[in-house]
Design a protein around this ligand. Structure first.
Ligand SMILES: Cc1cc2nc3c(=O)[nH]c(=O)nc-3n(C[C@H](O)[C@H](O)[C@H](O)COP(=O)(O)O)c2cc1C
Length: 181
């Protein structure tokens, strides 16, 4: 797929058909994250793919509750990808402190972008989830207490007939300028 087409068709998918994702495709997604750029090439992430049905169900249920229910679709996805933030290289830690920048979180966002675009290229749907019970997911996946989870991403084949929505975005004029703010 041509890259501009890939950007156009990548969208958040919130309905899945339950088909399992082939192991070769999971390997390709791991590779897409592995090759992502990061500050000082720290690669401050660990990607956990959760596809054991029982465990995956429990993790999915930690992304919504009775009050905040917009992620209720998550259990439909056959795979959940969890991006755990790892410590960056010392130089990045020092640089981040001096410049007051959260480089690892920026890096995780880029890695997640790689994951979702590659998934779209493979005919798979994704949705990044920033709302979840970090404590519960850490306990379920044995993630050390001091670590942070950057993002959870749902992954699977979109439900049949899932529509390609138009993009709802700011205009280029509203979000960009040339040679100054
Ligand atoms: C950091 C981040 C967190 C997000 N969290 C959620 C979420 O918790 N639940 C959800 O349904 N979508 C979530 N989204 C998806 C956005 O709502 C979606 O990307 C945005 O509306 C644009 O739509 P599109 O992805 O279909 O182009 C998140 C996206 C990002 C980048």
């Amino acid at each position: 797929m041509d890259f501009s087409e890939l950007i156009r068709v990548r969208q958040s998918v919130r309905k899945y058909d339950g088909r399992a994702v082939e192991r070769e495709k999971l390997e390709k997604l791991i590779e897409a994250v592995r090759l992502a750029p990061s500050a000082s090439n720290s690669q401050p992430w660990k990607l956990i793919l959760v596809d054991d049905p029982e465990l995956k169900e429990k993790v999915a249920r930690a992304t919504f509750d009775s009050v905040v229910s917009f992620n209720k679709f998550a259990p439909q996805a056959p795979v959940l990808a969890v991006l755990v933030e790892e410590a960056p290289m010392l130089i990045t830690q020092i640089g981040g402190r001096i410049k007051k920048r959260d480089y690892p979180l920026i890096d995780i966002g880029i890695a997640a972008g790689h994951f979702c675009l590659r998934a779209a290229e493979l005919g798979l749907g994704t949705c990044m989830l920033g709302w979840f019970s970090e404590k519960t997911i850490k306990r379920l996946l044995n993630i050390p207490r001091q670590k942070r989870i950057g993002l959870v991403i749902t992954l699977g084949y979109p439900a049949e007939g899932y529509p390609l929505r138009g993009k709802s975005r700011k205009t280029a004029g509203a979000m960009s300028s040339h040679n100054g703010y």
